[in-house]
Write a protein that binds this ligand. Sequence first.
Ligand code: 2X7
Ligand code: FE2
Length: 310
Amino acid sequence: MVQGPQKNGSVGGGGQIVAGVLAPHPPHLVYAENPPQNEPRAECGWEVLRWGYERLRKSLARKDFDVLVVHSPHWRTMTGTHFLGVDYFKGLSVDPVFPNLFRFHYDLKVDVDLSRAIHDEAQVMGLDTQMMTNPDFRVDYGTIISCHLTHPEWNKPIVAISSQGLARYFSNDVMQAVMVKLGQATRKAIEQSGKKAVLLASNSLSHRHFVVEPELPEDMSYEHIQNHSQYLWDMKILDLMKRGKGREILDLLPDFTEQAVAETDGGSLTWLLSALGEPTHPAEVHAYGSVIGTGNAVVEWAGPGQEVLS
Ligand code: 2X7
Ligand code: FE2
């Protein structure tokens, strides 16, 4: 089935969002995959989520896309939204909380033209924005992990967008209002660019986690959701995603964020739902699972005007 017209209608220009993905970034998932770029070695672990990412990769392999555009809660800027503005970054990314799991040697290209186009569009819409032009900048682990798990070939450029602390400095509602505008600007710039983009919201859902790690981190006999009430919240949000209730999710997100201590506080999911035009078509939930007690789902939406997955 092909989608009809959506809210925030298309602006023309030939570009499109071919898919939007909730692409969480627990470092455990990269650790358990044992890619050559990551130093620590694992025996196994978190298979349900990793197999969900596998299904996502199979689905995206059937689509043609030029660029990954990722919004990350772990690139937190104090003033406004920042965009990577250098063609190429190479370095070592170490998770500050789990340096035993994630020491990843990255080497990535940035689509600076598209990055600047989204920046400019967001500025026109009144948002506070900046291009990040320091060539020695260390790219955050949220960006790297979501991109790696979605497309481990690293043969396509990325656009990386920072998150702000608005939820804490002001309120979830203020953060959400700004992220809705950023999503609209992102969509407009992509459509005008002529490029085909996959959008990644790099966040977990409920985010309360255990403070003690098992001796063997991948010992799955210790892994479960931190508490039942956050599980219920996650199921509520996933049910709305499966039923194509984009507007309803946005309405609930401020309460969800607060009560499930959710990683949606960075605005990534709000940005994605807004860029997708508050989707009314069902999302494909590829997987749900816990990582050190947090709730994580790999979820894919067809882009506006794209074929819906069966
Ligand atoms: O950043 C994270 C996360 N979002 C979820 C789980 C575990 C670690 O790191
Ligand atoms: Fe995180």
